[in-house]
Design a protein around this ligand. Structure first.
Ligand code: SF4
Length: 317
């Protein structure tokens, strides 16, 4: 049965919540990272001079993920050229691109024994190709050093860059191409001011059109003041762009300077969103308060493969 907070949330069709403000509810609490696995992952990243979104974004799952040696590497440095209201990564003028970074990412994947790696980056509007060629080099280094590791990339939008930049990444052949829409279009001017909703959507659509075999993935945060019907519309938009995998998680305010949490969305409401998303035809849906783009990405990749195979078998009778 839905709890009081869940039923209040589920009852609202169009109004942003006025409930459950700032104090984190029990379903958000996570343990402090202390395990030996966490510390050895941390040491390796330091030794190789690699940044991770796990640390830079102050991800609540870091204890769990790093204990299992699952980290999301952030390439192209630790300084972003944009200043999104939800993101903890620092903004400024980034340093020059590190030519050793692709090899270091590949060494990290080998040392951690990764079956699946997630590689993301800061926005690099200062570079002519937005950093696309560094993604290509990382994919190539990984294929060479750890050919059995499946590769998931989570890229910026490459807004105002040539289409050839994205084409080069698609040709390099990642197994999963992820680009997050992050929130509903109405909230873009305040939450993601440097981005454009329809440009992001077009990026996802163009990856799927160019390489239908590459799984596409996108995510949204909830709790920023969005309305449920707006979230349903985002799901429809993603499906019309051919997105295979939807992730949804609770937005958490990294510092008081960032956008406020407008509401803590109860777990049962995530279940309701997931049921609707599945009915809309996503191959896979991950929706829970602590879901993040790269949370359980390896296991989810296997599920996506299994779901696609089952779909093909059904289609072939
Ligand atoms: S969910 Fe993703 S970003 Fe967060 S700790 Fe795990 S791998 Fe890192």
């Amino acid at each position: 049965m839905a709890s009081g907070s869940a039923s209040r949330y589920l009852a609202r069709m169009t109004e942003p919540a006025q409930v459950i403000r700032q104090r984190k509810p029990d379903w958000i609490r996570v343990k402090a990272p202390t395990s030996p696995g966490y510390h050895s992952t941390r040491r390796l990243m330091r030794d190789l001079g690699l940044a991770t979104v796990c640390e830079e974004a102050a991800c609540p799952n870091i204890g769990e993920c790093w204990t299992k040696k699952h980290a999301t590497v952030m390439i192209l440095g630790d300084t972003c050229t944009r200043a999104c209201a939800f993101c903890n990564v620092k903004t400024g003028m980034p340093r020059a691109v590190d030519p050793l970074e692709p090899e270091h990412v590949a060494i990290a994947a080998a040392e951690l024994g990764l079956e699946h790696i997630v590689v993301t980056s800061v926005d690099r509007d200062d570079l002519p190709d937005g950093g696309a060629s560094q993604f290509v080099k990382v994919i190539e280094a990984l294929r060479k050093q750890t050919p059995n590791t499946t590769i998931e990339i989570l890229t910026p939008d490459f807004r105002n860059k040539s289409e050839a930049a994205v084409d080069a990444i698609v040709e390099a052949g990642p197994d999963v191409y992820n680009h997050n829409l992050e929130t509903v279009p109405r909230l873009y001017p305040t939450i993601r001011p440097g981005a454009r909703y329809y440009a992001s959507l077009r990026l996802l659509e163009s990856v799927k059109r160019k390489a239908p075999h590459i799984f596409t993935k996108s995510g949204v945060m909830v709790g920023l003041g969005e309305q449920r019907l707006e979230v349903h519309q985002v799901m429809d938009d993603m499906r019309s762009a051919g997105v295979d995998f939807l992730t949804m998680g609770q937005y958490l305010q990294p510092t008081p300077r960032h956008a406020k949490v407008e509401e803590f969305v109860p777990p049962q409401a995530f279940d309701a969103y997931a049921a609707i998303a599945r009915a809309k035809g996503f191959l896979l849906v991950a929706a829970s308060p602590l879901t993040r783009s790269s949370y359980h990405a390896g296991d989810d990749f296997k599920k996506m493969q299994a779901n696609r195979n089952a779909q093909l078998e059904r289609a072939n009778g």
